[in-house]
Ligand binder design. Structure first.
Ligand SMILES: *Cc1c(COP(=O)(O)O)cnc(C)c1O
Length: 483
């Protein structure tokens, strides 16, 4: 795109007040002009955002805020342009000064912000905020783990209190999160990690949250155990203690669950999974609502968490996402609801088949009556905008787990006999994938860590993708004969 001073490229930076940014000095006429143009640009984008918010989920997913006005500034391109340039050129020193001092919008340098990422962030903020009565903002990151690190570290700032700080988190979480909290935070920094063993037990959450808690963290549904928890009730407990609730909603995606509507403050995602279902990118995102509770950090952190993270900690830590990956994710997002609907229906069919198979001990799928937490899952997991007629309809996602009768060795034989379903540590893809968590995703946390996270050695995690379910059932049936 050809940039001009009249149309500064969109960035994520909100404007500082002139007094604050210029240290009380009057602005030079050139900086003032750049500021006025920037404000006009932001107003135009705010109007576009408000118009887009009135649309249905699929329409937002397809277009985000990239509309006709933005396209005309990009030689008419209907698809969001990929900005691969590491840095933004400025018309003159005034424009540069105005942008770098946050007096005018812009992106400056691609580690800090990037126009392609901006479109992805705006779409994610709108989708997570769909049906939620409030503003949302997003920060895209280089991986899901980067999103979880960036979303949690700001709450671990030191204070004057000599008592150790703690965090309260579900033990039934992604293996990387378990390692981040127990190795990086607990062992290396002395943060006390209070694991909640049974996320369905509200009494356990309540007993672990206290005056030194910095944040509360849950995963819904969890990978690989498919555990669920009552987001609204746990949010209430966190808020009563003055701390935020963070929810990893990777497995559900906003097509099935939007935790901000239920009282959560911050949502983290691995975009490498179902959101990026074609499987060509590693990425993550933080999405937050406005005015979250926190015991530490500046006012800006509470007022607009994702934007604060993007402007400061994210800039300094540097886990930026590639604009090419952002473009692929924008493409995948356009079909999110359709894919999640189809894959969920196939997963339910596969789960029913497995539940009736004599070589299967147990199936964990939130959609199966009899699975722990099924009633709660049915309260929270709905296909956004309902079925073809718009009637509300439960969908329970693409992920399931099953335990093979005969133990770990039998599970390995079944796993090794799969011919269509890939053996890989992956999920949420158009291609169905299976893994044995004990020897892969949850290998590093050891026997006691797996016991804490409820990961049995005979568990196979299965992510159902876009193949016809008949072929998946046939592959599993053939493989289970080797149990
Ligand atoms: C994969 C995953 C992550 C980590 O995401 P990456 O993009 O691999 O860093 C976090 N949470 C959940 C639930 C996941 O499945």
């Amino acid at each position: 795109m050809i940039e001009s001073a009249e149309t500064p490229a969109p960035g994520a930076a909100p404007l500082a007040s002139p007094a604050g940014a210029a240290g009380g000095m009057p602005l030079s006429p050139g900086v003032q002009l750049a500021r006025e143009r920037g404000i006009a640009r932001l107003e135009q984008e705010a109007a576009q955002r408000a118009a887009v918010r009135a649309r249905r989920f699929d329409s937002i997913a397809v277009h985000g805020i990239y509309g006709m006005a933005a396209a005309l500034e990009n030689n008419g391109s209907i698809i969001e342009p990929a900005y691969l340039s590491p840095a933004q050129h400025f018309a003159d020193s005034d424009a540069m000064e105005a942008t770098t001092s946050l007096l005018a919008p812009g992106w400056v340098y691609s580690r800090i912000a990037n126009p392609t990422l901006h479109y992805l962030e705006e779409t994610l903020a709108l989708l997570e905020g769909y049906g939620f009565d409030g503003e949302t903002s997003a920060c895209a990151t280089g991986s899901g783990m980067a999103a979880i690190s960036m979303a949690t570290m700001p709450f671990l700032a030191v204070d004057d209190d000599p008592r150790p700080m703690n965090i309260v988190a579900t033990a039934r979480c992604y293996g990387g999160t378990f390692q981040l909290f127990s190795e990086r935070f607990a062992r290396e920094r002395g943060v006390e990690v209070r694991w909640v063993r049974d996320p369905l037990d509200l009494g356990e959450w309540a007993a672990k949250i206290d005056g030194r808690t910095r944040f509360v963290f849950g995963e819904m549904p969890s990978n690989p155990g498919l555990s669920v928890f009552d987001i609204a009730a746990v949010a209430e407990l966190a808020h009563a203690a003055g701390v935020p609730l963070l929810v990893d909603s990777t497995v559900a995606t906003p097509a099935l669950l939007r935790p901000l509507r239920h009282g959560a403050d911050i949502v983290v995602h691995s975009l490498s999974k179902a959101i990026g279902g074609s499987g060509m990118a590693i990425a993550g995102a933080i999405v937050s609502r406005r005015d979250i509770p926190s015991r530490v950090g500046p006012d800006e952190l509470r007022a607009d968490f994702a934007t604060h993270v993007k402007l400061l900690p994210f800039r300094d830590h540097g886990p930026a996402l590639s604009p090419l990956s952002a473009l692929m994710l924008l493409n995948d997002l356009r079909t999110l609801r359709l894919r999640v609907d189809a894959w969920s229906r196939s997963a339910a069919r596969v789960a029913r088949f497995l539940a009736g198979h004599p070589s299967v001990r147990e199936v964990a799928y939130p959609g199966l009556a009899g699975t722990e937490g099924h009633e709660l899952a049915a309260r929270y997991l709905w296909l956004v905008d309902g079925d073809e007629e718009g009637n509300p309809v439960n969908r329970f996602g693409h992920l399931l787990g099953f335990r093979v009768a005969g133990g770990h060795e039998a599970a390995r034989r079944v796993f090794d006999s799969l011919e269509l379903i890939w053996r890989a540590t992956d999920l949420g893809k158009a291609k169905s994938v299976a893994t044995i968590p004990m020897i892969s995703t949850h290998q590093q946390q050891g026997e006691s860590g797996r016991e804490l996270a409820a990961i049995p050695s005979d568990l196979i995690r299965l992510s159902v993708g876009g193949e016809h379910p008949d072929d998946l059932v046939a592959d599993l049936d053939r493989a289970l004969a080797h149990a």
